[in-house]
Design a protein around this ligand. Sequence first.
Ligand SMILES: Cc1cc2nc3c(=O)[nH]c(=O)nc-3n(C[C@H](O)[C@H](O)[C@H](O)COP(=O)(O)OP(=O)(O)OC[C@H]3O[C@@H](n4cnc5c(N)ncnc54)[C@H](O)[C@@H]3O)c2cc1C
Length: 401
Amino acid sequence: MPLDLALTSDQEQLVATVRDFCAREFAPTIQANDRAGRHDPEIFAKLASIGLPGVCFPQRYGGHGLDYLSLGLVCEELEYVDTVYRTVLSVHVGLVGMGLYTWATEEQKQQWLVPMATGQKLACYGLTEPNAGSDAASMLSTARRSGGGYVLNGQKVWVSDADTADFLLVFAKTDPKAGSRGVSAFMLDRAACGKALRTEPIEDRLGIRAGDVGSIFMTDVEVPEANRIGDEGDGFKIAMSCLDNGRYTVAAGATGTVRACVDASVKYARERKTFGQEIGRYQLIQQMIAHMSRDYEICRMLYFKVAWMKNTGLRHTRDVSMAKQYATDAAFNAAHDAIEVHGAYGYSAEYPVERFLRNARAPIIYEGTREVHTILQGEYALGYREDRPVKKSLPPYVADR
Ligand SMILES: Cc1cc2nc3c(=O)[nH]c(=O)nc-3n(C[C@H](O)[C@H](O)[C@H](O)COP(=O)(O)OP(=O)(O)OC[C@H]3O[C@@H](n4cnc5c(N)ncnc54)[C@H](O)[C@@H]3O)c2cc1C
């Protein structure tokens, strides 16, 4: 197949639609919402109004049948305005929706994926616990067999959209002695769980302040067996395969932050004058902008490669880890330099670049910290780790589906 990096007309139209929508619906209010730490409960409904929750799912599951690059392009556009919009889509589509598309039975896809793809229900992904983040397999949440189903107990923390989601994909141990092989995955419907399921937001965060991040408390949550995704003991594999999709959206989103930093820095460097000329004329300012521009191209190529691997059905755990790690570091570095280009004004809320810096910190931590990805990349390079065939993988893109 010839190498072709040009966007299709559908993809170009999608980018233009999302860019225009974000400029109208999100850009005017984000700075004030971020300052106030105010979560706009309408974010998901707005994303749904232009069909984004179904962007890359087949039409038979309520989607629009576009390819996986289209999802990345959307994430880049959303995070160009603010990380919060991309986060909602990352979790809903990347972590949960694509996980269900890969692992759920046909009946489960109809029950859970269709209302998600059509934008009727918002989903979150609960893996992390107070004492189990990078070492997720050491989770303490349990799912005990009871009658025809399970009873879940435990706590999840740092879950994006925990307090607003209708559906919750949670991981708990069905066999606490079996380590990662003892984890199973369950879909919870908040409406069906009653008081046994409680969520609360985590306040006063450094960045993504217009977002919802919270804790999940499960106290004897009863779920039917039909809510278990995959077999008993598949949960850890499912969690990791979900992360292959989530990390892709994080990488593409961070690429949008880098582009936002380039644009803000170029604009300011052409306006601000010192010593009688535009600061853009100084080579040290040019150097910062040159590095950001270079990183933008590298980040884009890294996520385009992953998109191609997803479209063709190739396993891409190594590649998506690299793309996620590189892009999130690049976004933080670009925001740091963008503040420098703006001088003292970059340090104030008058310009968006300080928000970009604060927002860029969490993506370095979530979906695998910088250290976790460095270890993965080192092990792949040294031959201590390799991507082997998996039990189930994301279906490749098929046109006209
Ligand atoms: C804004 C935000 C949103 C999030 N959203 C979600 C979500 O939707 N769902 C969800 O499940 N989780 C979510 N998380 C949680 C996130 O995935 C975890 O915070 C992350 O995996 C790290 O876990 P931890 O915080 O427990 O840190 P730890 O695992 O305790 O790590 C602490 C430090 O030790 C380092 N470290 C750990 N192990 C090693 C090692 N073997 N070698 C070297 N260094 C090591 C880490 O890199 C880090 O620097 C979110 C987090 C944030 C900040």
